[in-house]
Design a protein around this ligand. Structure first.
Ligand code: TYM
Length: 337
């Protein structure tokens, strides 16, 4: 099984990225051939400072490694190190209906926030589909917000194969039956862990760099504490039972505490008698217990930029070998010498 996923280097990574996606990346590296990358082309949609773009790319790579990604098992690379992705993006774009892009959630959300969209934002899902299809991925571990993008990638792969592969039958995409040909572009499937599909931010909306409501994985300890203490709560008195819906503090405790400890919290939460301040302290402790080892690795790796670059170069080489193989077939199919 080929597993592939990426994170944008558009800001410091947060616990939504970890529980929604990166924790699965680490688990899955033992279950198949895993390819993980830093989407630094995508990040240009929001990061317009070249120094910061480079710094955030490096930071995302350090984050992957600190969280336990093993470059001997998984291929870790920068999106921009494999230029074939930009070529596939264009070729694929020629079969993408504009109407699909107009109904993309990511685009509609940004427009609803009053952001005037650039072409890069509009075409974002096409580059993401190219990322996935270039490496013939079977499974793409992601949080819930990315599911639509993966469905698009499937639809466009079918469109491309139908157009360019003689004997391709969309009902038999792998060409298992006689007379049918397998597609050049393989159909991927989203791999979403239901319990962590959407991690809430400190204001109760989805945790997102663009909402400024994150708990950064390797943020300053003072800042983490301040943010945890400012998690949105209601005015239920200390002695009263607390609500469990629209309660980001409750959801985050459930996410971060070991099951047995959460069971105790759950019981007092529902019975009343403890204040939100106590629960916030508990969450802060859980944050430290969970991420202190990764934080130490982060500091060590950060001190050795040569080693990080060596890992990324090695990953780029391995990814490029795969990308070149697919692009040979794609170019031939469409008639580009
Ligand atoms: P990005 O960088 O926004 O997020 C990276 C991963 O983290 C997940 N995630 C969350 N999961 C649960 N709750 C949250 N609050 C939360 N916030 C983020 C995302 O679902 C994602 O899995 N377009 C992608 C990057 C990308 C990509 C790809 C992913 C580019 N090419 C190819 C997979 C395959 C993005 O912006 O993710």
């Amino acid at each position: 099984m080929r597993i592939l996923s990426g994170v944008q280097s558009s800001g410091r990574l947060h616990i939504g990225n970890y529980y929604g996606a990166m924790r699965q990346f680490v688990q899955l590296q033992d279950q198949g051939e895993a390819y993980y990358f830093i989407a630094n082309y995508h990040a240009l949609n929001t990061v317009r400072d070249p120094k910061l773009a480079q710094e955030l790319t490096r930071d995302a790579a350090l984050t992957y490694l600190s969280l336990g990604l093993d470059p001997k098992k998984a291929v870790l690379f920068r999106q921009s190190d494999v230029k074939e992705v930009a070529e596939l993006y264009w070729i694929l774009g020629t079969v993408v209906p504009q109407s699909n892009l107009e109904r993309a959630h990511s685009y509609k959300d940004k427009v609803a926030q009053g952001i005037s969209p650039d072409f890069g934002l509009f075409a974002y899902p096409v580059l993401m589909a190219a990322d996935i299809l270039l490496y013939s991925a079977d499974a793409v571990p992601v949080g819930k917000d990315q599911i639509q993008h993966i469905e698009f990638a499937r639809d466009w792969a079918v469109k491309f194969n139908t157009q360019y592969v003689p004997g391709y039958d969309p009902a038999d995409p792998e060409g298992k039956e006689r007379g049918h040909a397998p597609g050049i572009l393989k159909l991927p499937a989203a791999h979403v862990q239901e319990s962590t599909a959407t991690v809430p931010g400190i204001d109760g909306r989805k945790m997102s760099k663009s909402y400024g409501n994150t708990l950064e994985l390797f943020g300053e300890e003072k800042d983490i504490k301040k943010r945890i203490m400012s998690i949105k709560t209601d005015s239920t008195p200390v002695e009263a039972p607390k609500p469990t819906t629209d309660a980001p503090l409750y959801d985050l405790l459930k996410l971060m505490l070991p099951a047995s400890e959460f069971a105790e919290v759950d019981a007092t939460w529902k019975a009343g008698g403890k204040g939100y301040g106590d629960y916030k302290k508990k969450l802060l402790e859980a944050f430290h217990t969970t991420f202190t080892p990764a934080r130490q690795r982060y500091a060590e790796l950060r001190a050795d930029p040569g080693e990080l670059e060596r890992i990324l170069q090695d990953g780029a080489q391995r990814a490029r070998a795969e990308a070149t193989r697919l692009m040979d077939q794609v170019r031939k199919a469409v008639g580009i010498p």
